[in-house]
Design a binder for this molecule. Structure first.
Ligand code: GLC
Length: 574
């Protein structure tokens, strides 16, 4: 199929290439600069033992599907020993696998299979807090105020005459106060400890050298086991401002942010002191063969501040949440892409792109929401502005193919390649996110993006396992999203992703340079990267396309017009 030749039309005017957009400058052409990294959420990927929670053998048994999809690496969310109060982001033993997920031998088997398939493996490290079940915290509880064991965490005396008021006014990201009071050995109410998240996730004191040494050792443990890197959880939170001053975040800030755009960050996010930690970690990784990477989960704005996390001697990548949080608006997308490329390349780092993960409303729903929904709040049956599913899916397909054409590195969250929407109608009694409990059901939280994957339309639990058990119920209509319903089916979302990834690799788009194309009007994002012209119509009327071979389209492009909520990749002829 072809439309008008771009060379023949004045609607397609390349602007000058962006300064500094080369993504291969600096630390060599390392794999991660252009990689597509697939996030596996172990609880929900594939369940080998049939208990309703996914596991490592399940992942191993299904890794072929990711090789077939054409990603470069997988990032595994936590599978470590944990009471699972925050779905594994509450780690009780950083050097072992929770029996729920398997054993260390199962991890080794997964690693080996990934290598056979040419997939790199990144694991999560959760350094801001441990689980309250961690041996260190148990020891701290059994020890006296002022003891070295308490000094690994942030224990403080309470305010007020009896110390019965929390040490400051900080609120937990999941709702409620960020402090809990302990009972001392003599049975009396005692000190308070800080937990920015759930009360089962006490924050560590990263000014303590013992804490730092422990995590260097944890990194080495997994590096020795052959991991290619780490996604660093809450990488903006480990150092708190001196004196732990009171702070009230702006009312409309998402759960993980707060203080966006302010000159001074909140006293618990983005403190200068975090950077020396990453410099130390960078040196640890550099001591290992191969290109091992650190990826920051840092909800820091603006992007210019986030760039500090990826300076040459710190982390290698940071998730681009500014991009994720950009709505369905062409001017806004152009602006954030420009700002990202400019900012990350100013420190020699690749831009990264991400649209979904286990903490946000899936983009097949989010992009069609008609009411504000700050990160972490989630959506449920009583939410306002719920999406029209067909519109959400169309936009998701358009947004994903736009993203996969950008230079740099991209992240895919499991299930988005199937077009999965957020599970909105989860019964209240099935919800598990601490956000739901700590806000008394006021916020639905993140369960809706964590529902186990559908592999097969007809099997129990849609092929997630053989028993039909599922830790969160799967919506009945998910048979239509099942992988086996989509595999090899022209026009399916799975085939769209597979084709986009193949073309991305063939044209080396990750290593390319973006040049904006003007002339399509304000509601269109259009650019050229390597030999590919990408056009996304975010407006409400069809857009005339230049004549060119269609490489990929998210909707049937019939004739010379691109419908609204669609993306097309054209072979650039000029
Ligand atoms: C990160 C994780 C999230 C978790 C939180 C606390 O934001 O992505 O799932 O709840 O940290 O560890």
């Amino acid at each position: 199929m072809s439309t008008r030749d771009p060379a023949e039309t004045d609607t397609l005017t390349p602007t000058a290439p962006l300064e500094g957009t080369a993504t291969t400058v600096g630390r060599g052409g390392d794999w991660w600069r252009t990689a597509v990294i697939y996030q596996v959420y172990p609880r929900s990927f594939a369940d080998h033992d049939g208990d309703g929670v996914g596991d490592l053998p399940g992942i191993t048994s299904r890794l072929d599907a990711l090789g077939e999809l054409g990603v470069d690496a997988v990032w595994l969310s936590p599978f470590y020993t944990s009471p699972q109060r925050d779905a594994g982001y509450d780690v009780a033993d950083y050097r072992d696998v929770d029996p729920l997920f398997g054993t260390l031998a199962d991890f080794d088997a997964l690693r080996a299979r990934a290598t056979e398939l040419g997939l790199r493996v990144i694991v999560d490290v959760v350094p801001n807090h441990t689980s309250s079940d961690h041996a260190w915290f148990r020891e701290a509880l059994a020890s006296a105020p002022g003891s070295p064991a308490r000094g690994r965490y942030l224990f403080r005396d309470g305010r007020g005459p009896d110390g019965d008021l929390p040490p400051n006014n900080w609120q937990s990201i999941f709702g409620g106060p960020a402090w809990s009071r302990v009972t001392e050995a003599d049975g009396r109410p005692g000190q308070w400890y800080l937990h920015l998240f759930d009360s089962s996730q006490p924050d560590l004191d990263w000014t303590n050298r013992r804490v730092r040494d422990e995590f260097v050792d944890v990194l080495r443990f997994w590096l020795d086991r052959g991991v290619d890197g780490f996604r660093v959880d809450v990488a903006h939170g480990m150092i708190k401002a001196e004196g732990l001053p009171d702070y009230t975040p702006p009312a409309d800030s998402g759960s993980m942010g707060g203080g966006q755009g302010e000159s001074a960050p909140p006293p618990y996010w983005g403190q200068e002191g975090v950077h020396e930690i990453y410099r130390e970690w960078n040196a640890v990784l550099a001591g290992y063969p191969g290109d091992r990477v650190l990826v920051a989960e840092a909800w820091v704005e603006p992007l210019s501040r986030l760039a500090d996390w990826v300076r040459p001697d710190e982390m290698h990548q940071a998730f681009n949440f500014a991009y994720l949080e950009t709505g369905w608006s062409a001017p806004a997308v152009r602006q954030v892409v420009d700002a990202s490329i400019e900012t990350f390349s100013s420190v020699g780092a690749p831009s990264t792109w991400v649209l979904s993960n286990h903490d946000v409303v899936r983009h097949a729903s989010r992009l069609a929401l008609t009411a504000e929904n700050p990160q972490g709040h989630g959506i449920g049956p009583a939410s306002e502005g719920l999406p029209v599913p067909e519109l959400g899916l169309a936009r998701a397909r358009a947004a994903s193919t736009l993203m996969l054409a950008l230079p740099g590195s991209a992240y895919i969250y499991q299930g988005e390649e199937l077009g999965l929407p957020e599970a909105i109608d989860l019964p209240d009694e099935s919800r598990q996110d601490p956000t739901w409990f700590r806000t008394g059901g006021e916020r639905y939280g993140r369960d809706g993006c964590r529902v186990p994957l559908p592999w097969s339309a007809t099997e129990p639990a849609f092929g997630f396992n053989a028993t039909g058990a599922s830790w969160l119920p799967q919506p009945a209509d998910w048979s239509t999203y099942a992988r086996d319903e989509q595999r090899g089916v022209a026009g399916s979302t799975l085939e769209l992703y597979t084709r986009a990834l193949r073309l991305r690799a063939d044209h080396e788009l990750g290593a390319g340079t973006l040049t904006w194309l003007d002339g399509f009007g304000p509601d269109v994002v259009a650019f050229r990267n390597q030999g590919v012209t990408v056009v996304t119509n975010m407006g409400e009327v069809p857009v005339e396309l230049p004549v060119a071979e269609v490489l990929l389209a998210t909707m049937v492009v019939d004739g010379p017009a691109l419908p609204p909520n669609a993306t097309v990749w054209l072979a650039a002829t000029a």
